[in-house]
Design a protein around this ligand. Structure first.
Ligand SMILES: C[S@@+](CC[C@H](N)C(=O)[O-])C[C@H]1O[C@@H](n2cnc3c(N)ncnc32)[C@H](O)[C@@H]1O
Length: 256
């Protein structure tokens, strides 16, 4: 499924800008590019589910909930089946922006899409629905990406689409990576070390998902000119024992 840029631009403007006679700023156009890539992934995950029961999507560390709200109007409502979007965001101002935008959604009459906005930290498992069909975390900063992985496992989500953001010292695998860098003699030159650290953090997340039974693919979902944080972890819960054992062994080796 593809989404026309004009359609995405109109929707972003209506929901999140809502000022007559204004146009999208450059940053909004980049968000539109990101949405084109990510919504295609969301649509594919929705299409994989049999059309029975309620489809539950979690937009985690949602900000204004671009993903959850656009998915509601463009993917879930047209599907004509019951669906629920759970938005989890800890900043009150972002939660208010999201609630404001919901009022401007145009869901077809009779569509059964419920949107629940929860002001909470993603670390709070009580904020999560159990066994969601899909969890999306777009630009979840620093350790929030790891918390989303852990909570997706704990909530027994079926599919996770995760786009991590910046890697700070608060990311636990970054601490591991520094230790491994010193062990291997990686020089302290910032640009050289940064790439090594990021690679270890990416590897640790991939192996952690695989060791927990998630078949994981890492792809670029949008051009790096749109955002440098353009890698998407697409993880599906399959619980394949051989795959899990191999990942667990690699993870143990990575951790030293
Ligand atoms: C870079 S923004 C991305 C927002 C949105 N997903 C997007 O791509 O536009 C990261 C958001 O995650 C939220 N956030 C970071 N850590 C969080 C946590 N532990 N629990 C809930 N929200 C968190 C921040 O408040 C912020 O709104």
């Amino acid at each position: 499924m593809t989404f026309a840029r004009t359609q995405l631009d109109e929707l972003l403007h209506r929901l999140f800008i809502n000022a007559p006679a204004t146009s999208l700023r450059d940053e909004d156009r980049r968000k539109s590019d990101e949405m084109a890539g990510l919504l295609a992934e969301v649509a594919a995950a929705v299409a994989r589910r049999a059309p029975k029961g309620e489809f539950v999507l979690v937009d985690a560390a949602a900000g204004k909930a671009y993903v959850g709200l656009l998915a509601a109007e463009l993917i879930l409502a047209p599907r004509g089946r019951p669906a629920r979007v759970r938005v989890i965001e800890r900043k009150p101002a972002r939660v208010a922006d999201c609630r404001d935008a919901i009022a401007r959604l145009r869901l077809p009459q009779g569509s059964h899409v419920n949107i629940e906005v929860v002001e909470a930290d993603v670390a709070d498992l009580a904020a999560w629905p159990s066994e969601p069909d899909l969890v999306v975390g777009l630009h979840a900063c620093g350790p929030a990406s790891d918390v989303i992985i852990d909570q997706s496992l704990a909530a027994r989500a079926r599919t996770l689409l995760l786009v991590p953001c910046c890697t700070s010292k608060d990311v636990s695998a970054a601490v591991l990576a520094q230790r491994r860098a010193d062990q291997l003699g990686i020089p302290r030159h910032a640009e050289v070390r940064r790439r090594f650290i990021q690679s270890v953090v990416d590897a640790e997340r991939t192996l952690r998902l695989e060791a927990a039974g998630w078949q994981t693919t890492v792809v670029s979902f949008v051009a790096p000119t749109v955002t440098p944080h353009n890698l998407l972890w697409r993880a599906k819960r399959v619980g394949e024992p051989g795959r899990m054992a191999e990942a667990a062994e690699r993870l143990a080796r990575l951790r030293g």
